[in-house]
Design a protein around this ligand. Structure first.
Ligand code: NAD
Length: 455
């Protein structure tokens, strides 16, 4: 018989942990962050093995894009937390003087973090940094589609963190549904927008605030003002990292026919230099997470003409880095987020057409533009909306702790990383303190006279 307590009991124990006040002190917060750092350093080998089992990730890539990202986040937060938590003074209008006003951050309570399979370490633990820094009790729900990583989290995290206030609940849709029936003080969800709607609806029942970190089709624009070879390397790296299963990966390219032709040849060279003549043989190139995703992606790769790649092997869930040309805007590959190593190039007549095309779809998580034309850059910034913009670079924006990371519209609600994470998991409490004497509020008390002043 399974002796694990049922989900309602688990949540009630964590809430008890929060209500005890143990998570409030700066000391507890720093201890948890240090514990998390120790977990990442000491359990690196277990995490690398799990990521290889789940996604065939190369250990160097796991360090760079998963473990290293969280380590950077945790170190940045440990270094700054004391100053970030200092109440911020606010100017008091003369009419209310003498008084002092400030904003203090207080923890929200018990927060639920639900994460997906594609970066199963980073996307579970980077939000955890902010949640702990803010002094919350936390329930972590890793993705069942990265089972080896989920098992490492469940097994080892309790040894490094205060297990009365931070727990890992493993499981799939049933367990997540049960969790969502509980009341939380914040729900932080990373994943697809279909499930995001389920999460938001469940949260609404308790007026629980949500952060939704979603995806979408992140476009790349390339024009004739840049070195196309250099642009191709940056695009190929961002696209084929983790076999394209990256929320901020370039989804498709927009370019004029002339630039598109040159870009295909440049991408061929770039892919060769990153993964060699046959990417199947390098340990640096990943695999597709499961058969369902493999089937979906193989069908998407049928669109247009595979100018580069196109070979697949179901037995390994291998899809070669693929670049599609002659793609129609109405093809399936342009209707859904690709989330795999397939890069369609769609031709446009120029900048106006590219901007109009981007604006006709949902707001993307990231927009990348390779152009040295200042007007074009300005127009992307002011005429399109996206979670982030990268000029001359893809994906790397999320490694900068000072930049908020999040989407807009269909690509998400709210943001995190660095100080923003602390704010996401805190309530900004307004505090006003005014001496009783002198009683300057007499000016506003009734009985009212025509001469009464206002605030
Ligand atoms: P997933 O299938 O692992 O699901 C994410 C979480 O939702 C899991 O923990 C899962 O258990 C839970 N879940 C699934 N179905 C559910 C249901 N019916 N009810 C309740 N919970 C449920 O991951 P995914 O959604 O396939 O992830 C890929 C998507 O996530 C892509 O759209 C990608 O762009 C997006 N993504 C966004 C970011 C970001 O930071 N913005 C990062 C990575 C991925």
């Amino acid at each position: 018989m399974d002796s694990t307590p049922a989900i309602p009991e688990l949540i009630s124990a964590v809430r008890h942990g929060f209500d005890s006040g143990r998570t409030l002190s700066l000391r507890w917060r720093l201890e948890q962050l240090t514990g998390l750092r120790d977990f990442l350093l000491e359990r690196g080998p277990e995490l690398e093995r799990a990521l290889r089992d789940d996604l065939a990730k190369n250990p160097s890539e796991s360090q760079l894009t998963e473990i290293g990202v969280v380590l950077a986040e945790v170190s940045h937060t440990i270094s700054n937390l004391t100053s970030w938590l200092r109440p911020r003074s606010v100017r008091v209008p003369l009419a209310l003087a003498p008084a002092s006003a400030s904003v203090m951050l207080e923890p929200l309570g018990v927060v639920l973090i639900i994460s997906p399979w594609n970066y199963p370490v980073q996307l579970l633990l980077a939000p955890l940094v902010g949640a702990l820094a803010a002094g919350n009790a936390v329930v972590l729900k890793p993705s069942e589609l990265a089972p080896a990583t989920s098992a490492v989290m469940a097994r080892y995290l309790p040894r490094y963190l205060d297990s009365r206030s931070v727990i890992v609940v493993e499981g799939a849709v049933d367990e997540t549904t049960e969790l969502l029936a509980e009341r939380f003080d914040h729900i932080f969800y990373t994943g697809n927008s279909r499930v995001a709607r389920i999460v938001a609806a469940a949260a609404a029942k308790n007026l629980t605030p949500v952060t939704l970190e979603l995806g979408g089709k992140s476009p790349v624009y390339v024009d004739e003002t840049v070195d196309v070879d250099a642009a191709a390397r940056r695009i190929a790296w961002g696209k084929f990292l983790n076999a394209g299963q990256t929320c901020v990966a370039p989804d498709y390219v927009l370019a004029t026919p002339d630039v598109a032709g040159r870009l295909v040849e440049a991408l061929r060279k770039a892919i060769g230099s990153l993964y060699g003549h046959d990417p199947r043989n390098t340990a640096d190139y990943g695999r597709i997470v499961n058969d369902a995703q493999f089937g979906r992606l193989s069908a998407l790769a049928e669109a247009g003409n595979a100018a580069i790649g196109g070979r697949t092997d179901a037995s390994e869930r291998y899809i070669e880095p693929t670049v599609l040309t002659e793609v129609n805007r109405s093809d399936d590959v342009m209707a859904q987020e690709i989330f795999g190593p397939i890069l369609p190039i769609v031709t446009v007549t120029g900048l106006d057409d590219a901007i109009a095309y981007i604006r006709s779809g949902d707001k993307p998580l990231a927009l990348y533009a390779f152009t040295d034309d200042k007007t074009a850059r300005r127009r992307f910034l002011t005429e399109t909306s996206s979670g982030a913009v990268g000029f001359g670079v893809t994906v790397a924006q999320l490694s900068i702790p000072g930049l908020p990371f999040g989407g807009v519209g269909e690509s998400g609600t709210g943001s995190y990383h660095g100080k923003r994470s602390l704010e996401t998991f805190s309530h900004e409490k307004a505090v006003l303190s005014k001496p009783l004497s002198p009683d300057t509020l007499q000016l506003v008390y009734p009985p009212y006279t025509p001469k009464r002043s206002s605030f």
